[in-house]
Structures are given as structure tokens and as C-alpha cells.
Design a binder for this molecule. Structure first.
Ligand SMILES: Nc1ncnc2c1ncn2[C@@H]1O[C@H](COP(=O)(O)OP(=O)(O)OP(=O)(O)O)[C@@H](O)[C@H]1O
Ligand SMILES: [Mg+2]
Length: 329
């Protein structure tokens, strides 16, 4: 499909860690599949440790997926082929990190941070480089541009710094930006502005975004599609509004119930937070031990992502023809 810019199919990543003198496999990403269409925003949502950053690292080429694992296609070309042209790949696929303070060199002014990729990737110098820096700073609303261009990171607020990081990512004219929790370290009052900027850049600069977040509400606001991850596995995905309005997977439903709702305090009081705690059971469905609807079959079968209606996919035996006898009732 020509309008799909990024496609992950059955991607796996296992880390080998050492504990008590023994090697232990940590399965960070399991059989993950999803597509990102051109100029679309896909939100990757999940709690801490669900594999979001690992997926970002696999897509940006920082980490390699397991041997004999599925494929990552960018512009219909496997990442394995792009690895021979990594410089070109990095130009097309940029990353924005969570912490703008750590992402920028404190000794370099804004125009250096934004200008470097212009020199590296576009060979721009002198006046042409200056003009492009100005245009990019305008695009991220760091105005008056001349004032901001010479500022050092310590002279900027968190929100302004994240705009500089986004400007630096934009400088190579990327087709895709992977933004790993880009607003979670920012003050709540400026999160909406940065989210608004991402939306604007998608429309005006034609960039596609993978927006990584803990937060289903910002995902619903910004994204076209949502992919819900639980312990490295996609449990639900589909049209953002549909996934939030008609969540199918018990985990997505729990995430939605856990969102503080000032208009429905009694709902929050009744919500059992222990359902969101992790346990270490790895057989059958990954969510089985926390699932309020667990059935016997869930211990035996790991459900795969299946279409449900026209706009959603879900990996849950509740929506398949398997046994429906509850285990924990
Ligand atoms: N380099 C590594 N070595 C070993 N295990 C790792 C490594 N990187 C990640 N992991 C493990 O992989 C799993 C997924 O981690 P990841 O950082 O992708 O989660 P995340 O969803 O980004 O979490 P957070 O929301 O806290 O950023 C975790 O269990 C983590 O401990
Ligand atoms: Mg992370």
C-alpha cells in the first residue's frame, strides 16, 4: 500500500540480562504489527515497561530486532536494506525524546542545534542556512526568531526547549518523527501547545508521527490510530476515537477507567487499582492474571490480534469463538 509509510509485521525483541550468574531472556516486544500511514499520527500507548521505547529504538535503527523476527518496512523497503544507507534513513526518520534538557548540548545556542543537521544533511551554508533556520524556528513558533536563535538552552523554558528539539528534528525534512513521550516532562499547562504543534506539523510539513505516550487522552486528541501495548504485545489497535469510545480489550477498558474524571468521582473510587499491577505469568494471554474476565481458555491460548468491525483489532478470547467459562468468578 503506497500510503503506508511504516509497517511493522510480527516484530520481536528479546534482551538477554544476567541475574545471579545466569542469563535471562527479557521479552520486550512480542509479535508487534501495525501500520502508519503517510501524514497520519499513530499513538503507541502503554504503561511503563510495556515496550514503547524499545519499539521506537527498533524503528529508528538504534536497536536490532531478533534474528528471524518479522519485518520493519519504511517506504516499502526493509530496515535491513536501509541499514546500508543509514545516513539517508536518519534523514527521513528522526526522533524526539522525552527529556529536552538532556537532548540538547547546554553549550550550544539554538541556531547551532538547528543548523547542524542543515549542514550535515542538506549541505547548507551561510545565508541559505540562516534563512532555513529562521523558517524552521518560525514553524515551531519560537518567535521572535532572531532573539531565540542565539539563546542557550538554560535561557529557555521546558516547552521552548522541546520546540528546539522538534525544530532540530525537522531540519533534515524528515518523513517520519518518532516522538517518545514528548510532553510527559513538560508542565501540564504547556503540554497542549506542544501537542498542537505536532498536529500542525503533520498537516503543514506533511510529517508522519509515531506518538508514544502513557496517556490515552492525549492519544485520542492527537492520533488517527491508537495501538495499545501490554507487556510487549499489541492487545488492541484501530481508529483512535473508536478505541477510546468503544474499547474492547479489558486492559484498554481498565486504562480508561483509571483516568481521573472530575465529573465522575464515584467511578474512580470504585476502580480497583490492583488490577493495574503487574504479575509475572507468561503463559496464555499476557493480560490473563490481571483480567477481570479471565477464562480457562486464556491460560492455554495466547490470542492474536483479530479484526473487530471495520475500525478495530483486538487480541482477546472474549471476542473469538473460544470457551467463555470464567476462571475467577
Ligand atoms: N537494554 C535493555 N536490557 C535489558 N532489558 C531491557 C533493555 N531495554 C529495555 N528492557 C526491558 O524491556 C521492557 C520494555 O522496556 P521499554 O523501555 O521499551 O518500556 P517503555 O514502555 O518505554 O517504558 P517507560 O514508559 O517506562 O518508558 C522492560 O521490561 C525493560 O526492563
Ligand atoms: Mg520508554
Amino acid at each position: 500500500m503506497a500510503d503506508v509509510i511504516l509497517s511493522l509485521s510480527q516484530v520481536n525483541k528479546t534482551y538477554v540480562t544476567r541475574k545471579n550468574g545466569r542469563n535471562r531472556n527479557v521479552w520486550a516486544v512480542r509479535n508487534v504489527s501495525f501500520d502508519l500511514k503517510r501524514q497520519h499520527i499513530v499513538a503507541l500507548v502503554g504503561e511503563s515497561g510495556s515496550g514503547k521505547s524499545t519499539i521506537a529504538k527498533l524503528i529508528t535503527g538504534v536497536e536490532r530486532s531478533d534474528a528471524k523476527s518479522g519485518s520493519i518496512l519504511f517506504e516499502q523497503k526493509p530496515l535491513a536494506e536501509w541499514r546500508r544507507h543509514m545516513r539517508e534513513y536518519r534523514r527521513h526518520v528522526q526522533m524526539v525524546f522525552q527529556d529536552p534538557y538532556a537532548a540538547l548540548n547546554p553549550l550550544n545556542p539554538v541556531n547551532y542545534a538547528v543548523g547542524r543537521p542543515l549542514t550535515n544533511y542538506k549541505k547548507l551554508r551561510g545565508q541559505a542556512r540562516e534563512q532555513e533556520i529562521e523558517q524552521i524556528l518560525q514553524q515551531v513558533h519560537l518567535t521572535p526568531v532572531r532573539e531565540f536563535a542565539n539563546k542557550l538552552p538554560f535561557e529557555l523554558s521546558g516547552g521552548q526547549l522541546q520546540r528546539v528539539v522538534i525544530a532540530r528534528a525537522l531540519a533534515s525534512s524528515p518523513k517520519l518523527i518518532v516522538a517518545d513521550e514528548p510532553v510527559s516532562m513538560l508542565d501540564v499547562s504547556i503540554r497542549a501547545e506542544v501537542i498542537g504543534l505536532i498536529d500542525e506539523l503533520r498537516t503543514q510539513a506533511g510529517v508522519s508521527f509515531l506518538y508514544i505516550t502513557h496517556d490515552l487522552i492525549s492519544a485520542r486528541l492527537l492520533a488517527d490510530e491508537i495501538v495499545v501495548l501490554y507487556r510487549g504485545t499489541v492487545v488492541e489497535s484501530g481508529d483512535a476515537k473508536t478505541v477510546v469510545r468503544e474499547a474492547l480489550h479489558p486492559y484498554t477498558q481498565l486504562l480508561l477507567q483509571a483516568i481521573p474524571n472530575p465529573w465522575a468521582p464515584e467511578q474512580d473510587e470504585n476502580f480497583d487499582m490492583s488490577l493495574l499491577e503487574r504479575t509475572g505469568d507468561d503463559t496464555g494471554c499476557v493480560f490473563r492474571s490481571r483480567c477481570p474476565h479471565a477464562m480457562e481458555a486464556c491460560a492455554k491460548t495466547a490470542p492474536t490480534l483479530q479484526p473487530h468491525g471495520e475500525k478495530q483489532q483486538v487480541a482477546c478470547l472474549l471476542y473469538s469463538a473460544e470457551s467463555r467459562e470464567p476462571v475467577n468468578s
